[in-house]
Each structure stands twice: as C-alpha cells, then as structure tokens.
Design a protein around this ligand. Structure first.
Ligand code: 5GP
Ligand code: MN
Length: 339
C-alpha cells in the first residue's frame, strides 16, 4: 500500500468514485464516508456512497444519506456503479470481509483502492494507496486530515462539518475515550469556528429513539445482565424474542455494551445478540485488557484495543458458555487491571 499523499496530484482530475465502509455502518463509518463525498463532489468527480448493508435510522438526518446505496437492497445498481469506478475509497474498516457480500466484488474490481482507517492489523495488500493509523480517534478525524493535507481545506462546508462531527463524537464516546487527543479538540474547535451547530448533532444522534427502545434497555439491564465480580466483567445476552417483543431495529442496540462499564470495578463488558443469521458480539474494556486480541482469538473478530466485535454461528447459549470459558482463561489479566 502506497502513501495516500500520492493521490493528491490527481484529486482535481474528474473521476468516477465509489466510497464504501463497513457493514451496518455506525456514526463514524457513515459520517466519514459522507464527509468525503461532500468534499469530492465539489470537484468534477461523480461520487457514490455504497453501504454494504442497511443502517440505523438515527443516521438518517445526515446530509447526503438519502443518496447512499444499500448494497443488499440494490445490488444490481451498486455492481454497475462499482464496475465503472476509477477509484474506490474504503473507509473505517481494515479487512475486505467487513464489507460482507461486497467483498468479492471489491476484490475483483480493477479500480484503484484507497484505504482510510484506524483499525488494527489492516489487510494492506489489497489496497493500492492508503493510510492506516490506529492512534486516530475516528475515520472522521482522518478524513479531516485528508482534506487539510490535500490543501483544499477551504472546501470544508457545513455538510462536511456535520458529518465529521458525528463521526468523531460517536467514535470517542462523546470525547471521553483515551483516543480523544488534543488534535481531536482542535479539529472540533475549527469546525465550531466555521459555524457548526454541535449540540444539534448530539440531539440528532442521541435523542431520536422510540419509547420501546428505552423500555428494552430497562428490561435488558434488569433481566439480561450477568456480573462476574471475580473477573471484573459483565455480560449481556439478548435473545431474538427480546428483539421482536420490543421491535428492535438496526442500531437500537448500539451503545448498550457500554452500560456495564459504569459499575465500579468492571473492566470488560460484553454483549451477545442473537440476530437470527448470526450471534453478534461486542466487547469493551478499560485500560490494559486487550479486547481486540480477545475478539480475534475467540470470536472470529477484531477492532481496537478497548472496543472490538466478533460473531458466531453457534446457538446463543453456546456463545454465552464460550464467552464465560474465555473470560475464565483470562482471569489473571482481568483481575490485574491497570489504567
Ligand atoms: P461494535 O462492537 O460497535 O460493533 O464494534 C467495535 C469495533 O470493533 C468497531 O471498530 C468495529 O469496526 C470492530 N468490529 C466489530 N465487529 C467486528 C468483526 O466481526 N470483525 C472485525 N475485524 N472487527 C469488528
Ligand atoms: Mn471508526
């Protein structure tokens, strides 16, 4: 993978561009791709954002989201756009498998592939150009750097600011994770100085849910959480019946994994959700416990040091048992927590 700086001389040359992200895009995946879209469309490019799957309703306020193609819903059209592409930007994922059904199409494409990502262990051989920086808070922060490094920061408009802020805010847990560097605050200061209405973005993202979802969270915390004090760990497991009962949609469970970390002493939190086609796992930790390696070794996943995910095809009860066994294997690290 060559340096992303090598593409800057080409940035003013009209191109057909696809921008994509990981499946079930979160605030950072959707925010960073749309910010890049609003930047590139100010040149003579034809740019299209394609999501590998659907996304949460709470992202639907984002400028430009209506034009995003859902690959699973509109596969023929998406394949035609990919077939024409000169450049494919791959944002907020480290391995092509994170694009699910798009993986084989992306790998077969002869377009130039450009990575912008902050996850660990990127699959660098499949990208022609790119930047992978695991110290960055978010892909949104990296798109901001990309725009500055291109020399066209005068093109940062309100749509770009809104999308970048949504990405950086969601990926830093509202500016509380250790990845929230002074550069992050400088970026946000710059966006606010340019006129960004930041509290509106917070409201758009966090105050637009259904009553059902709040009752579902209440039920989950009351009846679906196990706390293992000996291991400084808490686990939430959610059945398909729960999802149906409370009419839970894509994105409604986002952030739920963080709740147990508010219990004094808890250093690892996990959630296992029976999504029908698979059991989806999320892991969060504080300090020295590495959930990226944990997810890689036990749940066919990965991510970051303190936030990772994985999946399993086994039944929910089996995955819960597997988690408890894996947690027990790591007793020494979990009980010797360091900040
Ligand atoms: P979440 O738990 O919010 O789904 O994901 C936490 C972090 O881990 C995100 O950065 C996400 O991209 C990454 N992640 C989630 N699931 C997987 C997975 O199955 N495989 C890999 N490699 N990364 C994942
Ligand atoms: Mn991200």
């Amino acid at each position: 993978m060559n340096s992303i700086n090598e593409i800057f001389p080409e940035i003013t040359q009209p191109k057909k561009i696809v921008i994509t992200m990981h499946q079930k895009p979160d605030g950072d995946a959707m925010g960073s791709t749309l910010a890049l879209f609003h930047f590139l469309t100010q040149f003579e490019h034809q740019a299209t954002v394609i999501s590998p799957t659907n996304w949460a309703d709470f992202l639907n306020w984002m400028p430009g989201v209506k034009a995003v193609i859902d690959y699973e819903k509109d596969t023929t059209n998406a394949n035609a756009v990919i077939a024409q592409a000169d450049w494919i930007f791959c944002l907020d994922f480290n391995t092509m498998s994170r694009t699910k059904k798009m993986e084989s199409v992306l790998l077969a494409s002869s377009a130039t592939k450009i990575l912008i990502d902050h996850h660990q262990q990127p699959q660098t051989t499949v990208f022609n150009y790119g930047i992978s920086d695991t110290t960055k808070s978010s892909t949104a922060e990296m798109v901001y750097d990309f725009i500055y490094n291109s020399g066209f920061e005068n093109k940062i408009n309100d749509a770009i600011s809104q999308c970048l802020y949504a990405g950086v805010m969601t990926d830093t847990g509202s500016f509380r994770f250790p990845s929230t560097s002074s550069d992050v605050h400088k970026m946000v200061a710059d966006l606010i100085a340019r006129g960004l209405q930041h509290s509106k973005i917070h409201e758009n993202l966090f105050d637009n849910f259904s009553e059902n979802r709040l009752r579902f969270i209440g039920n989950t915390l009351l009846n679906r959480m196990q706390v293992f004090y000996e291991y400084n760990t808490a686990l939430i497991s959610i059945t398909q019946a729960d999802l149906i009962k409370y009419d839970i949609k894509t994105g409604d469970t986002e952030g739920l994994v963080n709740y147990p970390l508010s219990i004094e002493g808890i250093k690892m939190a996990a959630i296992i959700i029976d999504r029908g086609e698979e059991r989806k796992c999320s892991f969060r930790s504080k300090g020295s416990f590495d959930v990226n390696t944990f997810a890689r070794n036990h749940f066919d996943g990965g991510g970051h040091y303190n936030a990772a995910g994985g999946q399993s095809k086994e039944a929910l009860e089996m995955v819960v048992e597997k988690f408890i066994a894996a947690m027990k294997e790591h007793k020494a690290e979990l009980s010797s927590y360091q900040f």
